[in-house]
Design a protein around this ligand. Structure first.
Ligand code: SAM
Length: 276
């Protein structure tokens, strides 16, 4: 470079570059990130673990009690949560799996509906980060046959008409849930409760019917993912086939069925009188 002006400009540019690089590297050092690890997360810091994820690791690493669903069954909803989270996840039943479900959806909303108020207290005492509401079910397992054969004669249960909130005429509609359940659109619904293994237990008839109504009324994009456990039992199977529909069944692993249910507004072949 013969022109001294050009030389001065060049040196100034080099100086600016090195000062910039030094400031950049020192800012990375201050936050404790290595240069390489920080590259993908410069804009989004989503990989920082949340409190509930850390609690879940501590809990499952130190507990002898594991969730009742098998690894294969859990993996079905885990895969969907990986692609949909953060999302709205409604879970029927509070159990040994609750911290796991909530930590799979760390920045989303995971709400548990539980029939037994004492069990809610026991679980929340150990895991106060969980969000759980008590639900008073109006049905019993022993009424399942009657509910399945009589719902068609009640217009308030018709797929084109049925709402949930306040719908006391349709015995299958869960009409007295917390407002939040009706006001949110649920991307995933897990039905692993209420209990359905003795005649006086509430059974899952209302939960299955109500999940179908929520899915049909969805306004947002994409289907509603509904997971139903214990499909080896007669009532779960019969109600799933009637309201969640074989044609929407996308996966079956162990005792778990996974449905992808489209909103009724996206279904062109529906006759309006049946759910499937
Ligand atoms: C069929 S269990 C499903 C449990 C869940 N999948 C798990 O891994 O823990 C669902 C219901 O059983 C009841 N339940 C489960 N564990 C319980 C416990 N240790 N004590 C009392 N009730 C329990 C709760 O009412 C719960 O909603």
């Amino acid at each position: 470079m013969k022109n001294p002006r050009n030389l001065t400009g060049f040196l100034a540019a080099v100086l600016v570059f090195f000062i910039g690089a030094a400031l950049f590297i020192s800012s990375l050092t201050r936050t404790g990130n290595s240069f390489l690890c920080s590259l993908p997360s410069l804009a989004v810091d989503d990989y920082t673990p949340t409190e509930i994820q850390l609690q879940a690791i501590l809990h499952y690493a130190t507990s002898q009690t594991t969730p009742q669903q098998s690894k294969g069954e859990i993996s079905v909803s885990f895969e969907v949560l990986k692609s949909r989270s953060p999302c709205n996840f409604l879970v029927f039943g509070l159990g040994h799996d609750s911290l796991m479900w909530a930590s799979f959806n760390p920045r989303g909303t995971t709400l548990f509906l539980e029939e037994d108020p004492k069990w809610v207290q026991t679980v929340l005492k150990k895991a106060p980060q969980l969000r759980a509401e008590t639900v008073n079910y109006q049905t019993q397992l022993k009424q399942a046959d009657d509910l399945l054969s009589s719902y068609k004669s009640e217009p308030a249960c018709a797929p084109s008409e049925a709402v949930l909130r306040g719908n006391t005429r349709c015995r299958l509609a869960l009409s007295n849930l917390p407002d939040e359940v009706y006001e949110k659109e649920w991307d995933l619904i897990m039905i692993d409760a209420p209990r359905g293994y003795f005649p006086e237990a509430p059974g899952r008839m209302g939960a299955i019917f109500s999940a179908a109504i929520m899915a049909r009324r969805r306004q947002g994009s994409g289907p509603t993912h509904v997971f139903l456990h214990d499909v080896d039992r007669k009532v779960e199977k019969a109600f799933a086939e009637k309201f969640l529909c074989r044609k929407y069944l996308v996966k079956a692993v162990g005792r778990l069925w996974h449905f992808e249910i489209p909103s009724a507004t996206n279904v062109t072949d529906a006759d309006g009188a049946s759910f499937c």
